[in-house]
Design a protein around this ligand. Structure first.
Ligand code: GLU
Ligand code: MG
Length: 457
C-alpha cells in the first residue's frame, strides 16, 4: 500500500461506516491525539457519532498548540501567535478501539479550507514516507518502549523495583501486565516481547515493525494504552528520559530496515557484515549527521542527563555490530534475527516527538543514499573508556548533551530544515529553548521530579 502525501479525506459515507465499526467494537467516544513540539500529548474528544466531523472538517485548535511548552507556557514565534485557527483532523483509517468505551486516532493539522499545514509533525513524516516510497524504498521501523512504574504518589517506584530483567517485577505487577496484553491485543497492536528493564521499576516492551508513520502512531498508541492500564492499577508510568536523578533513563530507540526493489539494504551485500552499498550509505549518513540532529532526537531539558556513556543510551556517534554503546547498532541477518538485518538508532528518548524523529531519520536515510555517504570504520569496543585522542583518531563524536548547544547545532543544520520545513523547526527550537530557561533556575532533582510525568498521559 502506498502512502498518500496528504491525509486522504474519506467520503461522508465511508467516515460514517468507520465510526460505526468503532462503535460496534464498543467505542462510545473518540480520542484524537496530537504530539506537540515538546513531545507532549494533547487531545480532543468527541462522541463516536461525531467521529466523521473530527475527521472532516476537523476540530478547531489555535496555532499555539504547536508552541505549547513542557510547563504549558507558550513560546510565541514570528510564525505562531494568537491570530489564526487550525483544524485537527482525526485519521479514521488509523483509528482503533481501545476497549472500555474509547477509540483512539492520531490527528493531522489542516487549515480551515482543509489544506494540510506544512508544520504538522505527522504530515511531515507522511510526506517523507511518500517520498521514500516514490524512490522505491520499503522501510520498516519499530520503537522500543521503556517506562518506569511509580506508585500512585508518583514519588516512589511501585513495589520492590527489581531485580533487573527479573521475574519478580512481572509477577508483582501481574494484573497490570495482563491488562496490557489484553488491551494491546484489543487495539490490534502486537507486543513482540515485554520484560523488566535494568532500572528500578523499569519495564520495556517491543512492538512489531511497521512503516515509519505507522510506527510513530504505534509509539503514541502504546503510551496511551499503557497509561490507561496503569491508572486502573494505581500505577503512574513515567516516560521521562530521566525518571530519577541518578541511574539509567528511559530510551525510545528506533530499529530500522530498508529494502529496495525487494532486496534488503542491510544484508546480502559485500560490505562489512553483509551491508550493501546502499546500506553502508544509510549507516554512514546516520553516523555523520546524528550530532547535528540530536537536538530533535534527545531534545528535552532532561535528555542530556540520560545521554551519557555507560547508560546504553548511544551517547557516541559511531556504529558497530551489536555495539550497545554506539548510537548506531547494527543487528545483522542471522538466524537469531528472523526478521532480517536492522539498524537500531539508540540516542532517541521518549521526550522527543516520534513523528519528528522518524521524519528526520527517514530523511537522513534518503539523503545518505543519495549522497552515497561513506561508511566510517566500525567501532568494535565501548567508546566510553577510550581517551579523547583515541576517539578523535577513530572519528567517534560524543553527542552533545547540553540542551542549548544541541539546539544551536540543529538550527544551523540545513538538511534538518529541508526535511522538517522552516515552520516546524522554528516551533521545535522555540519550545525547547524555553526549556533551557526553565532549567537555568532549578536543580536536577527539582527538574526530574517536576517533569517525571510530562510525557505520560
Ligand atoms: N534504558 C536505556 C536508554 O536509556 C536503554 C537500554 C537498552 O539498551 O534497551 O536508552
Ligand atoms: Mg531497553
Amino acid at each position: 500500500m502506498t502512502t498518500p502525501a496528504q491525509l486522504s479525506v474519506l467520503s461522508q459515507a465511508d467516515a460514517t461506516f468507520r465510526a460505526r465499526e468503532l462503535r460496534e467494537k464498543g467505542a462510545r467516544h473518540l480520542l484524537g491525539t496530537f504530539v506537540d513540539s515538546a513531545g507532549v500529548l494533547r487531545a480532543k474528544q468527541v462522541s463516536i457519532d461525531r467521529a466523521p466531523v473530527f475527521h472532516s472538517p476537523g476540530l478547531g485548535a489555535s496555532p499555539v498548540w504547536v508552541i505549547f511548552c513542557v510547563d504549558d507556557a507558550i513560546a510565541f514565534t514570528p510564525s505562531f501567535g494568537v491570530v489564526g485557527d487550525m483544524r485537527l483532523r482525526a485519521d479514521l483509517d488509523s483509528a482503533v478501539s481501545l476497549g472500555d468505551g474509547s477509540a483512539w486516532a492520531p490527528t493531522e493539522l489542516a487549515d480551515q479550507d482543509g489544506q494540510p499545514l506544512a508544520f504538522c509533525p505527522r504530515g511531515t513524516l507522511r510526506r517523507q514516507q511518500a517520498a521514500a516510497e516514490a524512490d522505491g524504498l520499503e522501510i520498516l521501523a519499530a520503537t522500543e518502549i521503556e517506562f518506569v512504574a511509580f506508585d500512585a504518589t508518583g514519588k516512589s517506584v511501585a513495589g520492590r523495583g527489581g531485580p533487573a530483567y527479573g521475574l519478580a517485577p512481572l509477577l508483582e505487577h501481574a494484573a497490570f501486565v495482563d491488562d496490557v496484553h489484553r488491551d494491546f491485543d484489543h487495539a490490534g497492536l502486537a507486543i513482540e516481547q515485554l520484560h523488566a528493564e535494568y532500572g528500578p521499576g523499569q519495564i520495556e516492551l517491543s512492538v512489531a515493525p511497521a512503516a515509519p508513520l505507522q510506527a510513530a502512531d504505534a509509539n503514541v498508541l502504546a503510551r496511551v494504552l499503557l497509561c490507561r492500564a496503569g491508572r486502573r492499577h494505581g500505577l503512574r508510568l513515567s516516560f521521562s528520559p530521566r525518571p530519577f536523578a541518578a541511574g539509567v533513563g528511559n530510551g525510545a530507540h528506533v530499529h530500522w530496515s530498508f529494502r529496495r526493489a525487494g532486496a534488503p539494504l542491510l544484508s546480502g551485500g559485500t560490505g562489512p557484515h553483509g551491508l550493501t552499498e546502499g546500506g553502508a550509505a544509510v549507516l554512514g549518513g546516520f553516523v555523520r549527521w546524528l550530532p547535528e540532529v540530536i537536538g530533535a532526537l534527545a531534545p528535552s531539558l532532561l535528555s542530556g542527563l540520560r545521554l551519557q556513556p555507560s547508560h546504553w543510551s548511544g551517547a557516541f556517534a559511531c556504529w558497530g555490530l551489536e555495539n550497545r554503546e554506539a548510537a548506531v547498532r547494527l543487528c545483522a541477518a542471522t538466524p537469531g534475527n528472523p526478521r532480517g538485518a536492522n539498524v537500531e538508532v539508540k540516542c532517541i528518548d521518549p521526550s522527543a516527538n516520534p513523528y519528528v524523529v522518524n521524519a528526520l531519520l527517514l530523511g537522513l536515510a534518503r539523503r545518505g543514499l543519495e549522497e552515497r555517504v561513506p561508511l566510517p570504520a566500525e567501532t568494535t569496543r565501548d567508546p566510553g573508556p577510550m581517551t579523547d585522542d583515541q576517539r578523535a583518531q577513530a572519528g567517534i563524536v560524543r553527542l552533545e548533551s547540553n540542551q542549548s548547544a544541541m539546539l544551536d547545532l540543529l538550527e544551523r543544520f540545513k538538511i534538518a530544515q529541508e526535511i522538517l520545513g522552516a515552520g516546524l523547526l522554528e516551533a521545535l527550537l522555540a519550545v525547547r529553548r524555553h526549556e533551557v530557561e526553565i532549567a537555568r533556575s532549578a536543580s536536577i532533582e527539582e527538574l526530574v521530579e517536576r517533569f517525571r510525568f510530562t510525557w505520560s498521559v
